[in-house]
Design a protein around this ligand. Structure first.
Ligand code: BG6
Ligand code: MG
Length: 210
């Protein structure tokens, strides 16, 4: 690994909170009678809460005011947070933890780069509250992925140049953000087939071969 820093996305990379996002959005969409499925859910990866809601409401006949949208987003988030409380350190896979530990042993500095405003709660649930050298999340940005802000902040918190950092992402929007910020990127899941990704990972542990 020739990178001084590695910046990890959270949802879909370190843990699988994407299923809880889906359940919570699905309940909200059902309540207001708007069609929502896993395919639409895939478009929400890496996208902020309010931008996600706008994508879901593309299928709505009714136009919602900002106040109504804030209420819907709050309802979704309350249910999502309830689901997050089911998580324990057992939801962190051995592969993810041992790979990150090995990167640390090799002298890499590790950061989180997540659009989520719940990132710190999730890290606590996973037992990673104090683990990362820096945490950049939805609470310190104004533009979500594909804007590079969340990763640029992570690099700044690590005191490293983007060119010295590798971004690890599962979302197309996340790889676009890494590219826009001048980072190299490693894609897992659907992001592994992004045409401009630098490294395609089959498993998380493949990071150790870069
Ligand atoms: C990202 C997820 O990590 O966080 C998105 O991939 C989600 O699906 C976004 O919308 C915002 O999350 P939160 O927890 O602030 O609603
Ligand atoms: Mg993700």
């Amino acid at each position: 690994m020739n990178y001084k820093g590695v910046i990890f996305d959270l949802d879909g990379v370190i843990c699988f909170t994407d299923k809880y996002h889906y359940q919570a959005w699905k309940k909200m969409a059902d309540d207001i009678g708007v069609y929502f499925d896993e395919k639409i859910n895939n478009r929400l990866r890496g996208v902020s809460r309010m931008a996600s809601l706008d994508i879901i409401l593309e299928r709505s006949e009714k136009l919602y005011t900002q106040v109504e949208k804030d209420i819907l987003a709050d309802q979704k988030n309350e249910l999502y947070k309830k689901l997050l409380h089911q998580m324990t350190p057992a939801d962190l896979s051995d592969e993810v933890k041992s790979t990150m530990d090995e990167l640390k042993n090799r002298g890499c500095r590790l950061a989180l780069g997540s659009s989520s405003k719940n990132a710190k709660l999730i890290l606590e649930r996973l037992g990673l509250g104090e683990y990362f050298d820096a945490v950049s999340d939805g609470t310190n940005i104004t533009h979500s992925k594909p804007n590079p802000e969340v990763f640029l902040k992570a690099a700044e918190f690590l005191d490293l140049d983007p060119k010295d950092c590798l971004v690890v992402e599962d979302a197309i929007a996340g790889i676009d953000a890494a590219l826009a910020g001048g980072f190299h990127s490693a894609g897992i899941g659907e992001a592994a087939v992004h045409e401009k990704v630098d490294y395609s990972l089959h498993t998380f542990a493949d990071l150790l071969s870069i």
